[in-house]
Design a protein around this ligand. Structure first.
Ligand code: FE2
Length: 446
């Protein structure tokens, strides 16, 4: 990459701020001044507009970026169908299961002797709802990759993607520049924008969401005020950088373009790298966020607040306050509430809840819910602390307590999730999960 190829991934430069109108140029003078599409763009570049919303979307939600590139994206061979059988899309890719709580041990990814598998090949859909062509719903996936994508680029026309690394760093090259993302950080990649994932530290595993609906935005803060939760300045977008064929660390040759559209996979060739944007400006940008920057709010008197106070990003639906997808984290935090059962309460919910664990323990499930695993509590499926967690929290001395070295997260959706056949048959499903509540006794006998 020009401007960054010689710098270690950890020393990449970034632009700060969620939703900002950024501008960046890898070569001075490459960005037109005062207009978007001059008769001749500077330095012989082509101007191209990438729209993340309809032209007429309200100004507050409107997303678009102008890119100035060495060759426009339209120069590509015809697409041919290809397969990625493990990455199913929407409710159509799910199977019917009883309304039981579901939990998975760490998924079987990159097991001993796994063949070379890149990020796209290594994605597996665990649960999904909705339909990308209707711009409704989402999917929760896991990935395991042991090889870089090199001269392969991927465009997801179905969904914005949120990556939640669990093991190993990702170097994500996008049309707008590079992001280096480690466990504890997350990356947000706009729908329709080309990217590839390389592995600077070797094999990597993690979680991902495909958001078929409205792009993620920061939640409203209401009485919290103008600060707190995820602060806008902590979202980091890349600076412009382009792959120079002569400087490529890989053998020159055609780029393979992989595109997902309507749940189907297509491939084509392009002689030039799609990462050929020399300058850009706009607010449709990939970005990363370090969850350690999340300002956690909790009760300083009594009761366990609703977990919506942990919302990092929200994809709204057409019903106010009822998200297509909320991305919620449970980071390290202090518990200080008096006369309170401090773990999450027993609960049934209109919303459907998919959870994963990046590291450590989750306070409602100290056993069985492990890093790299997952759980699903669909709409109105009762859930809550297991027998051991209930007994411990009911009798604990309520001194201030730090939940440390932990990072769980939740994708919460108004649409019921359907697990995939792979999720049910991959061997990670804990068939005895519901037994974790068996020991709860009749309260009248307590
Ligand atoms: Fe819940």
């Amino acid at each position: 990459m020009n401007t960054s190829a010689s710098a270690p991934a950890t020393e990449l430069s970034y632009l700060s701020g969620f939703g900002n109108q950024h501008s960046s140029e890898a070569v001075p003078g490459a960005l037109p001044r005062g207009r978007n599409s001059p008769q001749q763009a500077p330095q012989g570049l082509y101007a191209e507009l990438i729209s993340g919303t309809a032209f007429t979307a309200p100004r507050a939600q409107n997303l678009r970026t102008w890119v100035y590139r060495r060759r426009p994206s339209v120069v590509v061979s015809g697409y041919r169908a290809c397969a990625q059988a493990g990455w199913t899309t929407g409710a159509a890719g799910g199977v019917l299961v009883p309304p039981d709580p579901l939990r998975w041990s760490p998924f079987p990814l990159l097991e001993e002797g796994s063949p070379p598998t890149d990020f796209v090949q290594g994605l597996r859909t665990v649960v999904a709802n909705g339909d990308p062509d209707a711009h409704i719903g989402m999917a929760a996936l896991v990935y395991g990759a042991n090889t870089s994508m090199q001269r392969c680029a991927f465009v997801n026309a179905d969904a914005e993607m949120l990556l939640v690394p669990q093991e190993g760093a990702l170097l994500i090259t996008t049309e707008l520049g590079c992001l280096h993302v480690r466990p504890g950080e997350v990356a947000l990649l706009p729908r329709g924008m080309a990217f590839k994932v390389d592995l600077p530290e070797g094999a990597a595993k993690g979680y991902a969401a495909e958001n078929y609906g409205a792009p993620f935005r920061l939640p409203e803060l209401g009485p919290i005020g103008s600060n707190g939760l995820a602060n806008p300045r902590d979202f980091l977008a890349p600076v412009a950088a382009f792959e120079s064929e002569s400087e490529s660390e890989f053998e020159p040759g055609p780029y393979r373009l992989l595109k997902k559209q309507g749940g189907h996979f297509w491939q084509a060739e392009q002689a030039q790298s799609p990462f050929n944007v020399v300058a850009w400006h706009g607010n449709l940008v990939p970005c990363k966020y370090d969850t350690a920057r999340f300002m956690v709010i909790g009760s300083i008197s009594f009761d366990h607040p609703d977990p919506s106070i942990f919302t990092v990003l929200s994809s709204p639906s057409d019903t106010p306050g009822t998200a297509n997808c909320d991305f919620v984290i449970f980071p390290p935090r202090w518990l200080v509430m008096e006369d309170t059962f401090r773990p999450p309460w027993y609960h049934r919910n209109l919303m459907s809840e998919f959870m994963g664990l990046v590291q450590g323990q989750y306070d409602a499930k100290p056993q069985g819910f492990r890093p790299g695993g997952a759980s699903l509590h669909n709409a109105y499926v009762p859930h809550g602390p297991d027998t051991e967690a209930f007994a411990k929290a009911s009798n604990a001395t309520l001194t201030p307590h730090k939940l440390d070295d932990t990072l769980a997260f939740m994708f919460e959706s108004r649409w019921r999730f359907l697990p995939t056949a792979w999720a049910m048959q991959c061997g990670a499903l804990q068939v005895d999960y519901a037994r974790c509540w068996d020991g709860l006794r009749d309260g009248a006998q307590a």
